[in-house]
Design a binder for this molecule. Structure first.
Ligand SMILES: [Ca+2]
Ligand SMILES: [Ca+2]
Length: 749
């Protein structure tokens, strides 16, 4: 008898897959079937050795075994059920045909040897029909609770004659009732089973979107009930959250592109039911357990039931599963192998994202064909390899597709271009939703890099990181979409002084980009603010650049970049020694803050912006600060159209602290007022229109602030200025320029 027990146990000294890290002995499911075949002979030899060892130490092992083993043996001694009858009592998570039923036809499933051995044991013992016992007559149904279980368990015991019951209730209980009533009903249900000689396996419930605390309380109760009543426990909750601590929840924005069951994490898009993505159905290796919630739960149920057959029903010595799956120590993140990234999925047709583009937004002229070495990347693997191989001046062309990026993508080679082959930025999406790092594309220790014609999305912290502190200059970001990036779409940190003098990141260009988030930032978007929530989930912005010199930021669109309480950082936020930059022809709609020169929370001798030119921008409803000047020198804010008619703060322009030489001229501030009363010195305000003029604009609701012919107090009312020869559309201003960013050019002109 003990020989079989030893076969179920993980054989000692087995080779592991290369990626395996940490304490593999504490969990099952790592070894490929190839290894299993190769090691059959070894297993047999070791089994004999194991028998000898187990015989020798059997006295000690009995004293060591979990309390539930003897307790369940005593229950089973009173069994009135039929041998081999397993019932699953539960709600829709159990009723699903994706749970447990697929094990009946798992002949070709990808199973490590220990899982295969458990399945062989169950197959040989359990009545076949139990694989497919689904429905209220069989003890499981959608929407049900432990109270329902308690009410019906007598009927099930009479009609089904179970020998073992695997019980998981709670998900509906806690949505409708108290933890206390859940506990009372669960205890009642289990007690009835035990009183009637039915062996119980209890399972904790999985995490559920929006019910973090209540689920945790229920799980604590379930653990305590199992310990008190001496029944074996599958800690499903721990198996889920330890495998995917930050992204078990399929309703997270990074999974937006997947359908309900296809999310590659453990809980489906409804945030409640386990997922069932096709690529990992029948994959009982760690790759599948990490990504397919029904595979994970089936695996746990299988391993647990096999162990109960082994130790309780057939009175053998407990195996490894008694310590791992049915023990108190489910795997921790560090115990698990690195998740392999599957090859890119190339869609059959169409765009991968639907950005909020309007037909009047600036359109990027196509880039010239690449010169020099070209490397084509069509998979995630090839993409990362290309970044290693590319030589200075080379181009990495990316084939259309959605690329799930497993780690930060570094470019460290001078004059490299990273761009899509098609030139369509909506068809090459670098998605960092399942990335193990918090930054997307990073440029480091090199200059002259261009990133163009693609999308960067679902980044927890910085979408494009210009590591300006590592000697980076001349970066161009062109026709790029940034989507759902939860700190900064582009970040340039400070550059250390050289010989006591300010140093800079010079001559970068950001043009024809679209940066947008689908909703305000919230808890759970990125780990830093979760752990440090004093900014109220407002630590999010568009571009946040320090030490910029000679930058040009033009023809970009920023929209929906907002924090939880409306205090997000600027769409364009330039500070800490910024010098001689041009910010023009940008369109900023419904962000919390628009163009921010300076940082109120970082004052000191350094000026934040020196010699900046801010002209011909549309800034729409960015109420926290539409345009901010804070600690600047010799900056010009000319011919912008700012529209925020409902503003309570009046911050269509906000000039505070010292702004020496600031010139604000020919702008339209369509709102109640501008705020300059806390400015510490004189500034020049010249010829601005300051009052709500919504009816002057083509479509103010959508942010289109082009002038209509009735804009009487704007048309031809600007003082000509050599700094503003063109408008937001690059149309000539002529001798009678209009106020604001748009020159109304009629056919007859
Ligand atoms: Ca004019
Ligand atoms: Ca125009």
């Amino acid at each position: 008898m003990r020989i079989q027990a030893a076969v179920i146990e993980r054989p000692l000294g087995r080779r592991h897959r290369r990626q395996t890290v940490g304490n593999v002995a504490s969990r099952g499911g790592l070894t490929s079937t190839h290894h299993a075949l190769a090691s059959v002979a070894t297993v047999v030899k070791r089994s004999l050795l194991a028998v000898l060892l187990l015989t020798f130490i059997s006295g000690a092992a009995a004293a060591d075994q979990p309390a539930w083993v003897q307790a369940m043996r005593d229950v089973h001694a009173r069994s009135k059920g039929d041998a081999g009858v397993l019932v699953h009592l539960g709600d829709s998570i159990t009723y699903s045909m994706a749970y447990f039923a697929p094990l009946q036809y798992a002949g070709s499933a990808k199973m490590p040897a220990d899982v295969r051995a458990a399945l062989n044991l169950v197959d040989g013992y359990m009545k076949k029909e139990c694989y497919r016992w689904k429905g209220p007559e069989k003890g499981n149904y959608s929407g049900q609770t432990a109270a329902w279980g308690l009410k019906n368990v007598d009927n099930w015991m009479a009609s089904l004659k179970p020998e073992v019951a695997l019980i998981m209730f709670g998900t509906n209980d806690i949505r409708r009732g108290s933890i206390e009533s859940h506990e009372a009903n669960l205890r009642g249900l289990i007690q009835k089973c035990l009183d009637n000689g039915v062996v119980v396996i209890l399972s904790t419930i999985p995490p559920m979107h929006g019910f973090d605390e209540k689920v945790r309380q229920a799980v604590e109760v379930q653990r305590k009930v199992a310990a008190d009543m001496k029944v074996p426990l599958i800690d499903f909750y721990a198996h889920v959250v330890n495998r995917r601590p930050n992204d078990w929840d399929g309703s997270l924005p990074q999974f937006a592109s997947f359908s309900q069951w296809e999310v590659p994490t453990v809980v489906s898009k409804d945030g409640v039911h386990p997922s069932n993505p096709q690529p990992w159905r029948g994959d009982y290796t760690e790759a599948g357990l990490c990504r397919n919630g029904n595979v994970l739960r089936s695996y746990l149920g299988l391993m647990a039931y096999a162990e109960v057959i082994n130790t309780v029903l057939q009175s053998r010595t407990p195996g490894t599963v008694s310590k791992t799956i049915l023990g108190a120590k489910p795997p921790k993140p560090g115990d698990l192998p690195e998740i392999e990234t599957p090859a890119v999925t190339i869609p059959k047709a169409g765009h991968l994202i639907a950005p909020p583009v309007q037909d009047w937004f600036p359109k990027a002229p196509p880039l010239p064909k690449p010169t020099g070495e070209v490397i084509l990347a069509t998979t995630v693997r090839e993409l990362y390899a290309a970044a290693q191989q590319v030589k200075p001046g080379g181009t990495i062309l990316i084939e259309d597709g959605l690329y799930r990026m497993p780690q930060t993508f570094y470019i460290k080679t001078d004059d490299v271009t990273l761009r899509s082959r098609s030139g369509d930025r909506t068809k090459v999406v670098l998605d960092f939703g399942t990335c193990r790092h918090h930054e997307g594309v990073a440029v480091s220790e090199c200059s002259g890099v261009t990133i163009a014609d693609l999308t960067v999305q679902n980044v927890r912290q910085n979408g494009i990181k210009i590591n300006s502190n590592k000697n980076v200059d001349r970066v161009t970001v062109y026709n790029v979409i940034g989507h759902n990036v939860w700190q900064r779409h582009i970040k340039g940190p400070s550059v250390p002084d050289v010989d006591g003098r300010a140093d800079f990141v010079t001559d970068c260009r950001v043009q024809y980009c679209l940066f947008y988030n689908d909703r305000p930032k919230q808890r759970g978007d990125e780990p830093w603010e979760d752990s440090e929530p004093r900014m109220g989930f407002n630590y999010v912005g568009g571009m946040d650049i320090m030490c910029a010199k000679g930058w040009v930021i033009r023809d970009n669109v920023f929209t929906g970049i907002r924090g939880k309480t409306g205090e997000a950082r600027g769409a364009i936020f330039m500070w800490h020694n910024g010098t001689d930059c041009v910010i023009e022809r940008n369109i900023i709609i419904d962000c919390d803050s628009g163009i921010c020169l300076g940082n109120s929370s970082a004052r000191g001798p350094r000026r934040h912006a020196n010699g900046f030119l801010v002209r011909n921008n549309f800034v729409v409803r960015c109420s926290e600060s539409n345009i901010l000047a804070d600690h600047t020198r010799d900056c010009k804010i000319l011919n912008n159209t700012v529209h925020d008619p409902e503003s309570r703060t009046g911050r269509l322009l906000r000039a505070v602290h010292a702004n020496d030489g600031l010139m604000v001229a020919n702008n339209i501030f369509s709102g109640p007022r501008i705020v300059t009363d806390h400015n510490e010195g004189p500034i020049e305000l010249r010829n601005n229109l300051i009052r709500p003029v919504s009816d002057y604009f083509v479509d103010a609701a959508k942010g289109n602030l082009h002038l209509k012919p009735n804009a009487a107090d704007a048309i031809d009312k600007a003082i000509p200025d050599d700094d503003v020869k063109e408008d937001i559309d690059r149309q000539a201003r002529g001798s009678k320029p209009d106020l604001g960013a748009d020159e109304l050019v009629l056919q007859s002109d």
